[in-house]
Every structure is written in structure tokens, then in C-alpha cells.
Design a protein around this ligand. Structure first.
Ligand code: CA
Length: 417
């Protein structure tokens, strides 16, 4: 094993998402007990309340009450410095041969025995539109194939304010939304269950440091405000969206549900996977200039599972394709003085790559429904059907180090009568 690869006394497979290099935070409970904060390692969850109660967090000294909590917000609000110390504490406890954690078996809970909850009290949700390939595909389908990108797109990380109340944790079923749609060539809309239900493959980042109204976050300081990342399925009702979006943008076609993965991967864990982003032409305005490697090489995939849990992988993409990085998104979001809060969630926008297999939505994969996708059970899909489960997974891997997100999944249930 190479020198830079840390080893834990907890055994796990090489392809395990939750290696000692990851240490993602989540909120769990066991047998309907209290909600607590834990860290995933291998097939276990480390109960940080139990660890803190025994006085094992010797460097960070974070009081145990922080870890008996329904959300990560108070922990994140302690700041990057305290959280770096906590990460050192946990790394030492899990890697040292003489770790006191070994004398506390109750603090290690098999991951299959825990229920995971929404990790963050989401204060605000903003969704961007930062994949050039995705924006180009949508522009080709709905506007002008020759001028697929609108004039502002290469100058602004385009986004909109979404809805925080309907952010849900992986595993929560979703009712097919109902709403207004305009049938082809019709003059008047109809009302009913959405027929063109879609997923959007995205990542999200979570704010760990608030700002004052009127202040702005500088692009090269933006990562100081980012606590960590999750996988995000930004469910979309294309027919509702198409009828409603002019002139103010997405509304009920988007706000019925957005699913996130339960484990928040600290930004520090993703450090080894930094890459340069695509060259931005024309040059961006000075407040959006970003220095260094601000994109991340994270493999992403989407699978559709039918009612009998037979799985078809429909998309394989990568977060590194994004044209606008998270720092630029945050700098742009606050350039006008808009404040951010601990617990804010920012969606990347659908992550599509160049190849047809890397498109991050059914809208693109089936090209507006004109090219149905074959499923493993012999059926086809243009969009998502009732009882389908959409599963998204993500991991980064380099030189023997693997940091994964686990998954975000959600099953579609029929619309309510
Ligand atoms: Ca989206």
C-alpha cells in the first residue's frame, strides 16, 4: 500500500465509498431512538455522541450536546478550524492501533442498523445551470440549435431560487406531481398528473459559514464557506415546467421534491481529486476569476430500478465537466450583497458530459422522448414511470484513495387522486 494511503483498524473493501480518507457526516437514529450525528467508515457508523461522551475528542473538545442533534447545522457553524480538529480526532481514533475507540464497541454501529435522516436543516436552496453540455442540449431542443446558449450564459453562472421545504433525504418516496400542462397544438392548458417526470443528476454544496447582508464572498475565498457536498436529484416535471417557465423561470415543475444523499462529504476529503475546469471563453469578469484547481473529478452514475428492483444504468457522467465551479457560483450569488446562511444548499445544475451516455436527465437521454431508452427487463423509458426508483451514485478515486458519496435514491409513487 502506498505511503499516502491511511489505514484503519476497521476493515473495509478497497472499493468502499466510506474510507478513512472520507469521513462523511450524517444524522442517524437506531430503533426510533434520538437523532445523533455520526461518521461513516466501512460498514459502520461511528456514534459521535458516544465518542464525545467518553471524552475521546481530545483535540477539538467539542461538547457532546452538539452531536445529539437532528441536524448538522450547529456542528457546521463551529467553523472550519474546529471541524478540522474534529476530523483529526476522528482520523486518529480510526487509524491508531491503540485507539480508545476500540474499547467502546457500542459507538460502532453496523450501517444496516441505522436509519438515516435529512442531514441538514436546509435554510435556502438555490439551483444553478452550470453544465455547458446540458445548457447546450436544452437550447438545441427548445430554442435555436445554431445558438443553443443564450448570450448571458458564458458570462453568468445562471441560477434560480428553489424551495427548501421540499428537500428530502434519500429513500423518501415521491408522489407524482400534478399541475397545468399544455398539450401539443392546444390553446388552453389541462390539469392532471405530470406525464414527463424526470430526474436531474446534480451535486449540491452546503454552506458552513454565514455572511452579513450587504457583504460579498470573494471567488478565491469561497471554499472557506463550503462545508461539504452531497448528491442531489433535482426532480423535474418537464410538462409543467414548459408551460409555466416564461417569464420568471422554474416554479412548480421543480419545487415538489429534491432528494439529497444522507452523508455530507467534507470538502477537505475531496482535496486529492481537484482538477482544472474547462477553459472559459470569453474571459469572465474579474469578480468571477478563479485561481487554482476548483473542479473535482467525481464519477457519477444514474440507474433506474423497476418495481422488482431490476436495475439499468442509464447515465455515467463526471462533476469535472462543469463549466462554472462552486466558487464562481458562490461569488456570483453574493456579488449583489445577498447573504448566505449555515445550512444553505446550492445545486450544481444538471451535470451532462459530451457523450450521449453522459447526459444527466431523461430529457436529454431520450432527446425529448424521441429516443426511448431500453431497460434490462425489455421495457423502454422516455421519462420516469410510477414505481420506478431512480438511484444516483458518486465517487472519486485516485492512487488508492477512494472517497464516495454512497447514493441518493427515490421511488415515484402514483399521483394522489
Ligand atoms: Ca436543476
Amino acid at each position: 500500500m502506498a505511503k499516502h494511503v491511511l489505514k484503519s483498524w476497521i476493515k473495509y473493501q478497497e472499493d468502499c465509498d466510506f474510507s478513512i480518507h472520507n469521513l462523511p457526516y450524517g444524522v442517524f437514529s437506531v430503533n426510533d431512538g434520538p437523532k445523533k450525528i455520526g461518521v461513516a467508515i466501512g460498514d459502520y457508523v461511528v456514534d459521535l455522541f458516544a465518542v464525545a461522551s467518553k471524552g475521546l475528542l481530545t483535540k477539538s473538545n467539542i461538547p457532546k450536546t452538539i452531536f445529539k442533534n437532528s441536524f448538522l447545522n450547529p456542528l457546521m457553524a463551529l467553523g472550519k478550524g474546529k471541524n478540522a480538529e474534529l476530523r483529526q480526532d476522528i482520523t486518529k481514533l480510526l487509524s491508531s492501533r491503540i485507539s480508545k475507540l476500540r474499547e467502546l464497541p457500542k459507538a460502532l454501529i453496523p450501517i444496516e442498523n441505522v436509519e438515516m435522516h435529512l442531514p441538514v436543516k436546509v435554510t435556502d436552496y438555490t439551483d444553478f445551470y452550470s453544465s455547458k453540455e446540458h445548457a447546450t442540449n436544452v437550447g438545441k431542443m427548445f430554442r435555436d440549435p445554431k445558438n443553443a446558449l443564450l448570450p448571458n450564459w458564458r458570462h453568468i453562472p445562471v441560477g434560480y431560487h428553489g424551495r427548501a421545504s421540499s428537500i428530502i433525504v434519500s429513500g423518501t418516496p415521491i408522489r407524482r406531481p400534478k399541475g397545468q400542462q399544455i398539450p401539443a397544438n392546444a390553446k388552453k392548458p389541462i390539469y392532471g398528473p405530470c406525464k414527463l417526470l424526470d430526474f436531474e443528476l446534480e451535486t449540491g454544496f452546503i454552506i458552513g459559514r454565514s455572511t452579513e447582508l450587504g457583504s460579498s464572498i470573494k471567488c478565491n475565498k469561497a471554499e472557506d464557506y463550503i462545508f461539504g457536498m452531497v448528491l442531489l436529484n433535482d426532480w423535474s416535471a418537464r410538462d409543467i415546467q414548459k408551460w409555466e417557465y416564461v417569464p420568471l423561470g422554474p416554479f412548480l415543475g421543480k419545487n415538489f421534491a429534491s432528494s439529497i444523499s444522507p452523508w455530507v462529504v467534507p470538502l477537505e476529503a475531496l482535496d486529492p481529486f481537484r482538477v482544472a475546469g474547462p477553459k472559459q471563453v470569453p474571459a469572465v469578469l474579474p469578480y468571477l476569476k478563479s485561481r487554482g484547481k476548483k473542479n473535482f473529478d467525481i464519477n457519477l452514475e444514474v440507474a433506474i430500478k423497476n418495481k422488482s428492483a431490476q436495475e439499468t444504468i442509464v447515465c455515467q457522467s463526471n462533476f469535472k465537466y462543469m463549466y462554472w465551479n462552486m466558487s464562481q457560483q458562490l461569488a456570483h450569488h453574493t456579488v449583489n450583497g445577498c447573504n448566505v446562511n449555515v445550512g444553505d444548499l446550492y445545486g450544481s445544475g444538471t451535470i451532462s458530459g459530451k457523450s450521449k451516455r453522459s447526459y444527466g436527465s431523461m430529457l436529454e437521454l431520450s432527446w425529448k422522448g424521441t429516443k426511448p431508452l431500453k431497460m434490462i427487463d425489455g421495457t423502454t423509458r422516455k421519462f420516469i414511470q410510477d414505481y420506478d426508483t431512480v438511484v444516483m451514485r458518486g465517487f472519486a478515486e485516485k492512487r488508492g484513495i477512494r472517497v464516495g458519496f454512497g447514493e441518493v435514491s427515490g421511488q415515484i409513487l402514483p399521483a394522489l387522486k
